[in-house]
Design a protein around this ligand. Structure first.
Ligand SMILES: [Zn+2]
Length: 506
């Protein structure tokens, strides 16, 4: 009898394992999102279910919850081509449930035999829930009250640090950051419209990210993504904040590098942001369709990368080679603006006038980001070792530091803030200093400094973060506000090769 019971038990386990899994929200018929506990259990089940996938803990949230990644990788390589590495992450904002639910649906889809071919060419890391603390309370921010998707430059939050440790371990060539957008603003409704695309897509917009990457995204990915979703009954568009009236210009989303998309993009990565439609209860309304739409958007990316990965990998390899080489007289954009190029945005909306889906045309559309202030990329920067705030920031970012040999071959530039003006940054007024540069003629005691060269993957990020006139720089954050005081000497010293000084004089 005991044997029979045991056999029944083993058989029932076998049957359970052979049946396709369902996400926690699917089991609850999407009346509630998947809780953290349920999500952890489900991810472990997936790990047990398929050899293709392995669960990994990548860090902990502020409240001590584990942050999980699922690694999809097939052993062996029939094509003999090195695989392309893709990172998809969701729910940095805890009240954007469809990102997580879409990722959990995708996680299960990908273990099905019909998608197995993807992993002949792709290694995928999927982080379904970056902000479990926020998710449990359905709030945007983490337990420190920080907006994680504005934290990738100052990098003070453990969730964001965990993401970048993961990135720095694998150097993904393609990333997607999954969010939700909120179309229910008074202004839009007053004008009679509601943006109602199931999903929107945003590409790299910072002009420092190579044009080869940005053009490929626009030319190749956009039409593919649009068609892929349309044929699956999912409405879509480009992520275009601004409006609704012609008084407020409309543009592609921010060029700032403090978000999950461009913090990877600035390391010459194909990075995308996907924005699913939020429910107007900001929670579970229509969650089943919202999650499904998000998961198909993620699948579209994987299918595209499967088809184009070889070319994408080559572009990334060549562009990153430039980043890790010593600077070759190139410019780094520090201030920029959105400008028109004569094109008109045709935006799909729901119209309260006709009570149907409609298209509105925006003439005040500014799709191009133009640099308005740039600097010749220096060889590196000297951080005073005594400035623990700056040195700890550099450590959190994981910059490579090297000893600066043969100081006589370099020119050291001291920066002084003479006054602080203000400039327009995407419609907000932010402070901007006036800076004078003088060449230091005395010997510098290099042992009192940490040297960070710009010839590294995060080299452009370093310049953009540390230059005092950068509108995306450290000095624009409250924590580093002391860097931008009038009549003070900037603590960081700019280092250039001596011959570049001769070049300037010529
Ligand atoms: Zn978001």
């Amino acid at each position: 009898m005991r044997k029979l019971l045991l056999l029944t038990f083993i058989l029932s386990q076998f049957v359970a394992a052979a049946q396709p899994l369902r996400t926690p929200a699917e089991i609850k018929n999407f009346t509630q999102p998947s809780s953290y506990e349920e999500t952890v259990k489900y991810l472990n089940q997936l790990d047990q279910y398929s050899d293709l996938v392995a669960i990994e803990s990548i860090g902990k949230s502020v409240s001590g919850r584990n942050l999980f990644a699922l690694k999809y990788s097939k052993p062996g390589n029939r094509s003999n081509q090195p695989k392309i590495k893709v990172l998809i992450q969701a729910q940095q904002h805890g009240n954007e449930q469809s990102g997580k639910e879409g990722a959990l649906l995708l996680a299960n889809e990908l273990v099905k035999p019909e998608y197995s071919y993807l992993f002949d060419r792709i290694d995928l890391m999927l982080v379904p829930q970056v902000n479990p603390d926020g998710s449990e309370k359905n709030v945007r921010r983490n337990s420190n009250g920080a907006d994680l998707n504005r934290n990738h430059v100052i990098m003070t939050e453990p969730e964001v640090m965990a993401l970048h440790r993961l990135f720095d371990k694998y150097f993904f060539e393609v990333t997607m950051d999954v969010h939700e957008y909120y179309p229910y603003s008074e202004e839009w409704i007053k004008q009679g419209y509601l943006k109602n695309s199931d999903v929107l897509i945003g590409l790299n917009t910072n002009p420092q990210i190579p044009a080869t990457i940005r053009d490929f995204q626009k030319r190749e990915y956009m039409p593919f993504w649009t068609e892929y979703l349309k044929t699956r009954g999912i409405s879509n568009g480009t992520y275009s904040p601004g409006g609704p009236t012609e008084d407020t210009y409309i543009r592609y989303s921010t060029f700032d590098i403090n978000d999950g998309r461009q913090s990877y993009g600035i390391q010459n990565t194909f990075s995308f942001i996907q924005e699913g439609l939020n429910g107007d209860d900001s929670f579970v309304q229509n969650l089943s369709h919202r999650a499904y739409s998000q998961s198909r958007g993620m699948l579209a990316l994987l299918e595209f990368v499967y088809r184009n990965g070889k070319e994408m990998k080559k572009i990334v390899r060549e562009e990153r080679k430039k980043l890790i080489s010593p600077p070759a007289n190139e410019d780094v954009a520090l201030q920029m603006e959105h400008v028109a190029d004569g094109s008109i945005l045709r935006l799909p909306v729901y119209s309260y006038f006709s009570k149907s889906d409609s298209i509105i045309e925006f003439k005040n559309f500014r799709p191009v980001v133009k640099s308005t202030l740039s600097i010749k990329k220096p060889f590196g920067y000297l951080f005073p070792a005594s400035n623990t705030e700056l040195v700890n920031w550099a450590r959190r970012q994981g910059f490579e530091t090297i000893p600066l040999m043969n100081p006589e071959k370099f020119v050291f530039e001291k920066l002084a803030i003479t006054a602080v003006d203000s400039i327009d940054f995407e419609g907000d007024i932010i402070p901007c200093p006036q800076v004078t540069t003088t060449i230091i003629s005395d010997n510098i005691s290099l042992e009192n400094y940490v040297f960070i060269p710009t010839a590294q993957l995060k080299g452009n990020l370093l310049v953009i973060a540390i230059e005092p006139q950068s509108e995306l720089g450290l000095a624009t954050y409250k924590q580093f506000g002391y860097l931008m005081k009038a009549q003070t000497v900037y603590p960081v010293i700019r280092v250039r090769k001596a011959e570049s000084k001769t070049l300037t004089i010529k």
